[in-house]
Ligand binder design. Structure first.
Ligand code: HMG
Ligand code: MG
Length: 375
């Protein structure tokens, strides 16, 4: 079986399989640029649907459904899945039970399962799950319930206060020892800077603050900082301007883009981020989600929409062997519909809706063909 990694240095072909020789793909007889025959620039997806996607839901979502969602995503090829968060259930009730979810879900090798933690109490919650796992007979053969934490702050005090009940400066002071403790336990640490473009409470954000906070998160040991357009109001030109500012102090390969799609600009913002050198994008199956502390903001850019939009481009999505080295668009579309229906609605992914409609049309036409053939 193919053994693939999500190494950013890996060269991928259009079929999603690693190229045997990176240079082979550069040989083309055609004069025009044909990405189908060229090596792809690898792009990582962090699937945040089970966390960012579900945290804002009003109704109760059974643990079984959350477990199944994560398992389905891993089987579709997702190699980075944010599985939940250890936050106060008084603040975000929908994330209660994350410990049980990550303990119960069937874990696949080569998949990073991350959880969001806001404070030491959240980290302690995760570590107690990991301690149970470490003392179990499974620990030799089964991947751990989680190998990564996400810590989060923001570019404005007003948002940080609403989301974490503290200021930016205080949040950073609290996070530094948490990051250290997680690293000491062998966990990866990822950081978020929310409201990187606009804040729901104070409006336009000063991109210098985004740069400063990103730098601090990296200095405390985050391997990557994800820049959140939490409100989903950003335009491509704003994303470009913000990234140019942050890149003054932070290497672009350590940045990720996290775009909510409130104004329908998220796919354009993803392309802008990619063109500015960002190689990791957060997205949410079925376009689920929203932040409870960003009123009116809708879900993340849909994973289906990115997978669809990047087809035939110079970018190739990395994934595990379960998705044949990439993330399978058909499976993600089905998962987007499956989870949306569990939540009592339709998928909001544009590509997901169009692909489902096409599938239904194709099935009807095939049935018509069969009937005609019998006549
Ligand atoms: P606080 O009220 O200041 O904390 O909240 P506290 O220490 O006073 O504790 C209040 C109660 O919560 C206590 O319980 C604690 O034990 C409990 P009580 O004594 O009243 O029974 N508690 C906890 N329980 C479980 N796990 C914990 C925990 N901590 C305290 N970890 C706090 C401070 C940080 C807890 C709170 O503000 C919080 O949970 N905030 C998280 C909010 C959140 O999850 N927001 C959404 C995620 S961020 C996001 O979506 C943005 C992102 O997607 C990027 C983007 O889009 O920009 C990442
Ligand atoms: Mg978010």
């Amino acid at each position: 079986m193919l053994k693939l990694t999500s190494s950013p240095l890996r060269v991928f072909t259009s079929s999603g399989t690693p190229s045997r020789s990176g240079s082979a793909a550069l040989i083309t007889k055609r004069k025009f640029r044909n990405y189908a025959t060229q090596a792809k620039i690898p792009v990582n997806i962090v699937e945040v649907g089970p966390r960012d996607g579900l945290q804002n839901e009003k109704g109760v979502i059974p643990v079984d459904v959350k477990v199944e969602l994560i398992e389905k995503l891993a089987l579709a090829g997702c190699n980075n899945i944010e599985a939940g968060s250890f936050v106060s259930p008084k603040w975000v009730p929908q994330m209660a039970g994350t410990g049980e979810i990550i303990s119960r879900m069937h874990r696949l090798p080569d998949v990073h399962y991350a959880v969001l933690v806001p404070n030491q109490k959240g980290l302690d919650g995760l570590l107690s799950v990991l301690n149970t796992y470490n003392s179990s007979p499974d620990s030799e053969s089964v991947p751990p319930p989680s190998d990564e934490i996400s810590i989060f702050t923001a570019a404005t005090d007003a948002f940080t206060r609403a989301n974490l009940n503290t200021s930016i400066a205080e949040s950073l002071v609290k996070m530094a020892p948490m990051a250290r403790a997680a690293l000491d336990k062998g966990l990866r640490v990822r950081g978020y800077v929310s409201v990187a473009i606009a804040c729901p409470y104070t409006g336009q954000v000063d991109y210098k603050k985004v740069r400063e906070v990103s730098k601090e998160l990296l200095e405390m040991g985050c391997y990557e900082v994800s820049l959140g357009d939490t409100v989903g109001r950003g335009t491509p030109s704003q994303v470009a301007e913000m990234l140019e500012e942050v890149k003054k102090d932070v290497p672009v390969e350590r940045l990720a883009g996290h775009f909510h799609d409130t104004f329908g600009t998220a796919v354009a913002n993803v392309f802008t981020a990619l063109e500015h050198g960002v190689r990791t994008i957060d997205s949410s199956v079925g376009g689920l989600g929203g932040c409870p502390y960003s009123p009116g903001a809708t879900g993340n850019v849909a994973t289906e929409d990115i997978l669809y939009a990047l087809q035939g481009s110079k970018y190739g999505i990395t994934g595990t062997e379960y998705g044949k080295g990439t993330i399978d668009l058909d499976q993600i579309t089905e998962i987007g519909w499956w989870i949306s229906e569990k939540l009592g609605r339709e998928s909001v992914s544009r590509a997901g809706r169009a692909l489902r409609a096409k599938k239904i049309r194709d099935a009807e036409m095939a049935k018509d063909g069969e009937v005609r053939a019998k006549l």
